[in-house]
Ligand binder design. Structure first.
Ligand code: PLP
Length: 396
């Protein structure tokens, strides 16, 4: 592997130099106003990135998976009903976590490559007249398949059924890269981590709680210690944590939020869309297909690309690593060996993306796939030339 090449895995993502420097800091007293001067702006920045005015933000030394656990254990009791769609490895793992916590999950099996079927959520919610379902799970962006889901439609399903269940959204691979609207969508708990859209090393679980989710903590019976939001809240009031925080990462998070907000969230989303469209142009020039079933579910942060039957897609990933020192993502679970993934989120430019596409072409050609060198790169180049980035537009 090379330390020079960018990575094209869908997290952890490439770390901008300024954020690496922000994470590298001397020890400070983590129970001091100085720590507060990192903690409070970081929470405020995250709240803005979530497009929320009122969400309570909690930041744990953990990862996205710890964020899932924070959502469940603070708001639910054993035996509570959960409604969830399984359409990829990440939604599958969250469902598995619910089962391990003794929750009663109603799973809507969904073909991998499709988004959350909001109409089937609506049916399940309408049928649940005694409100056994306490929380609805939605994976905004299924990183395993490169599929985004319509969270506003899930909200509508809840509202139209007049159902009081909480709405928990996994935004680990969308928040900070794709449009996310905590307030508009009536999200009750949003979950993310530091190593994807926030362009930092792994090590933080970042969650937002609505007032309704905070109220649910009063009756939630599941055991929780490390992830207890009230312990966290009490600490925050004194510029502290119930344990030792990851200070350098939080300093990085504060800077990352400032970077995203300075670029402008809508510009960040437009940049991701543009880069993703170039990748999709390349895939189509290669004559390959995405795992994502239709354009309305195409993810702007990761593309899962199907390879021809009988070919092991994982070979591309192994070959890229050993021969060219470049990282792509393997297929997970049901699509293992059938797809390889190009992550295109976080700190990424056209030029970086073109290098990844060029590498993928070399790998596929080396492994005997019928790919003409330069074909995908040229398609992406044409797209990027025809759709100049913000910087070039304003320079002109
Ligand atoms: C990466 C990811 C996770 C898991 O996050 P970790 O930080 O690895 O625990 C969960 N959900 C989605 C959608 C992800 O992309």
């Amino acid at each position: 592997m090379s330390f020079q090449n960018p990575v094209f895995i869908p997290g952890p993502t490439n770390i901008p130099e300024s954020l690496r420097k922000a994470c590298d800091m001397p020890t400070i007293d983590h129970r001091s106003p100085l720590f507060g001067s990192i903690l409070h702006p970081a929470r405020d920045g995250v709240r803005q990135v979530l497009k929320s005015k009122t969400a309570q933000i909690f930041i744990f030394p953990s990862t996205g998976t710890g964020g899932w656990e924070t959502a469940l254990t603070n708001t639910l009791s054993a035996g509570d009903g959960i409604l969830a769609a399984r359409n990829g490895m990440f939604s599958h793992r969250w469902i598995d976590m619910c089962n391990r916590h003794g929750l009663d999950v109603q799973v809507i099996e969904t073909p991998w490559g499709q988004g959350i079927p909001a109409a089937r959520y609506a049916e399940a919610l309408a049928a649940d007249t005694d409100h056994k379902i306490k929380a609805v799970l939605a994976t905004h962006n299924e990183t395993a398949t490169g599929v985004k889901s319509d969270i506003a439609a899930v909200r509508r399903a809840l509202d139209e059924a007049g159902h009081p269940a909480l709405l928990f959204v996994d935004g680990v691979s969308s928040i900070g890269s794709m449009d996310f609207r905590f307030d508009d969508w009536g999200v009750d708990v949003a979950v993310t981590g530091s190593q994807k859209g926030f362009m930092l090393p792994a090590g933080l679980a970042i969650v937002g709680f609505s007032d309704k989710a905070m109220a649910a903590t009063a009756t939630a019976g599941l055991p929780r210690t490390f992830f207890d939001v009230h312990d966290m809240d009490k600490g925050y009031a004194n510029n502290a944590y119930p344990y030792t925080p990851a200070v350098g990462l939080m300093n990085g998070l504060n800077q990352a939020c400032q970077m995203l907000l300075a670029e402008g969230l809508d510009n960040v989303f437009a940049r991701h869309h543009r880069i993703a469209e170039g990748v999709r142009a390349a895939v189509s020039a290669w004559g390959l297909e995405l795992c994502a079933a239709s354009p309305d579910v195409y993810s702007d942060t990761v593309s899962a690309i199907r390879t021809p039957d009988g070919f092991n897609a994982t070979d591309i990933v192994t070959h890229a690593a050993t021969t060219y020192g470049v990282a792509f993502g393997v297929g997970l679970g049901e699509v293992a060996g059938k797809v390889f993934r190009i992550g295109h989120l976080g700190s990424l430019t056209d030029v970086m993306t073109l290098s990844g596409l060029a590498t993928a072409e070399m790998c596929m050609a080396d492994l005997g796939l019928d790919i003409r060198l330069g074909s995908g790169v040229a398609a992406a180049q044409e797209y990027y030339r025809a759709h100049p980035a913000q910087a070039r537009k304003s320079a002109a």
